[in-house]
Design a protein around this ligand. Structure first.
Ligand code: 5GP
Length: 345
């Protein structure tokens, strides 16, 4: 039996130490980042925060709202070709910079990607997403996708360890998605015992990706703007959000009214709810690994974005990072045994 004794950390285990700085105001901070991706050689500029490819979050409506502020949406894979056609007919001219087409690794999924891209060849990003990115078949699929689409930006995941990040980058991924089990509606750690604390996963995976010239997305586990700042501080190039973007006007999921209060349904993509909706139920060889919850209705996502981006600018001011790019270099984490004061919660 093997035990790795190194303690692995999550967002709740650390804070960012403030540093002397010459910045006078958070208005001096730029959150824009620019990348030239390793394998596709494509260029990108924007604020590197992404809506997750869940059908409750990665919607066309979310993409319209987020792209206005140069944020990204991984569009969920359950839209039909007709729905893509209708959306792209009226979408803003530069929308391809702010959306990815998501896919699993089945033949059906690959055929849908082909159909959408054949019809809309200007689409730029493909997000190949599986819950467990450790199978050989997955790396092969990434390689086949790279061969078929040499100049598309390929996102692939999820994994949590450096050697698998390297494997995926070498198989053709530009950006590797990192996170197993930290998600707000994820029950993988409970159902399987498998996982990796997200902050350590980011630190280790960013190191592996950056060593080869690739990028990573920290996917899952952010519950506050402070967590997003910690993810960037740890080395994430992009941060992907599910729960923090759920419950808005632009989110998917049913709107429910109970005792005069409004809620929106939010569920994991491997929850029984999602499986019933998309594949007619939970197959008998698997267990659901996601929860279904009702989150209080939060109105337009732009107010939440202001809260997130304001928090992140403030983090940068506290450590003297004028640009988001400098945040990792300026971050020193301290290990802690407390977070916020809960007395009025
Ligand atoms: P959040 O931001 O809500 O903490 O995490 C979002 C991420 O959770 C998603 O991007 C995805 O990686 C993960 N996720 C979404 N649905 C499920 C699910 O049903 N099961 C598991 N294990 N993870 C999920």
């Amino acid at each position: 039996m093997r035990i790795e004794n190194d303690l692995k950390l999550g967002f709740k285990d650390v804070m960012i130490r403030p540093k002397r700085s010459t910045l006078k105001s958070r208005s001096e901070v730029s959150l824009d980042r620019e990348f030239t991706f390793l394998n596709s050689k494509a260029e990108w500029k924007g604020i590197p925060i992404m809506a997750a490819n869940m059908d409750t979050v990665g919607t066309f409506e979310m993409a319209l709202a987020l792209s206005q502020q140069k944020l990204f949406t991984a569009i969920h894979k359950h839209y039909t070709l007709d729905q893509w056609d209708t959306f792209l007919d009226t979408a803003p001219a530069n929308i391809e910079n702010y959306i990815a087409l998501s896919t699993g690794i089945s033949k059906e999924d690959a055929d849908k990607v082909k159909a959408v891209i054949s019809k809309h060849p200007f689409l730029k990003f493909i997000c190949i997403d599986v819950a467990n990115g450790y199978s050989e078949h997955f790396a092969d699929f990434v390689q086949q996708t790279r061969d078929a689409y040499p100049d598309k930006v390929i996102i692939a995941g999820n994994v949590v360890t450096g050697e698998m990040v390297e494997q995926l980058v070498l198989s053709g991924a530009d950006i590797v998605k990192v996170g197993i089990g930290p998600g707000s509606v994820c029950t993988t750690r409970v159902k399987t015992g498998v996982g990796y604390p997200q902050l350590s996963a980011i630190i280790e995976c960013a190191d592996a990706a950056h060593g080869l010239g690739g990028q990573i997305i920290s996917d899952g586990g952010c519950t506050t703007p402070g967590d997003i700042a910690k993810a960037f501080g740890a080395g994430a190039d992009f941060v992907m959000l599910g729960g923090m973007l759920a419950g808005h006007a632009e989110s998917g999921g049913e709107l429910i009214t109970k005792n005069g209060e409004r809620y929106k349904q939010f569920y994991g993509m491997s929850s029984a709810t999602a499986m019933e909706k998309h594949v007619g139920g939970v197959a008998n060889y698997r267990a659901s690994e996601g929860k279904t919850v009702e989150v209080p209705y939060k109105g337009d996502v732009k107010d939440t974005l202001q809260d997130i981006l304001g928090g992140l600018r403030s983090t940068c001011t506290y450590v003297g990072a004028q640009r988001l790019k400098e945040l990792t270099k300026r971050t020193t984490f301290i290990r802690v045994a407390e977070q916020e004061n809960q007395v009025y919660n």
